[in-house]
Design a protein around this ligand. Structure first.
Ligand SMILES: [Zn+2]
Length: 163
């Protein structure tokens, strides 16, 4: 089971994780939030990504790690502001996911295995980049948080009834 090391992260399926986040209009106001998100990801090997609503900020900011660009270069924690996802062409795969906000819960989730993301970097530069595999999965998981969606929403009725 995942042991929660960061007190600032909202844990459990609670209303605070169900709000929808808004676009960031002035990046300069969110330096502290971005720094906190980065440090949570950087300080814990088990954390592949985090979203601003998980620390109580309802703005479209995510930080992901283990992401790579189309050339296959692994990157440091990557800040994505106002991410917009384009899913094409369709190819999906299934993998089990955990969530920093839902300790001890693992859910198999079917996701697109390739995604194009249009986002702003931490210094406000607009970037369009393509991600695949694990990186795509992490980005889609974190973007779900911006819409108040949790991995448990992907459980089927059968899985809920039969544990
Ligand atoms: Zn999560």
């Amino acid at each position: 089971m995942y042991i929660r090391r960061n007190k600032n992260v909202i844990v459990g399926d609670c209303p605070q994780l169900r709000y929808r986040s808004n676009d960031v209009t002035d990046i300069s106001k969110f330096g502290e939030i971005i720094a906190s998100l980065k440090s949570i990801v950087r300080d814990d090997d088990e954390v592949a990504g985090i979203s601003a609503p998980q620390i109580g900020c309802y703005k479209k900011i995510i930080v992901v790690r283990n992401s790579y660009d189309t050339l296959g270069h692994w990157s440091r924690p990557l800040v994505m502001i106002n991410p917009k996802l384009l899913f094409s062409p369709y190819k999906q795969d299934m993998a089990t996911e955990g969530c920093l906000s839902l300790p001890g819960i693992w859910v198999p989730v079917l996701r697109c295995s390739k995604v194009t993301v249009d986002y702003l970097t931490g210094d406000g530069k607009q970037v369009v980049s393509e991600f695949e595999g694990m990186a795509a999965r992490v980005i889609i998981h974190e973007t779900d948080h911006l819409d108040g969606v949790l991995i448990t929403d992907y459980l089927t009725d059968y899985q809920v009834e039969h544990g």
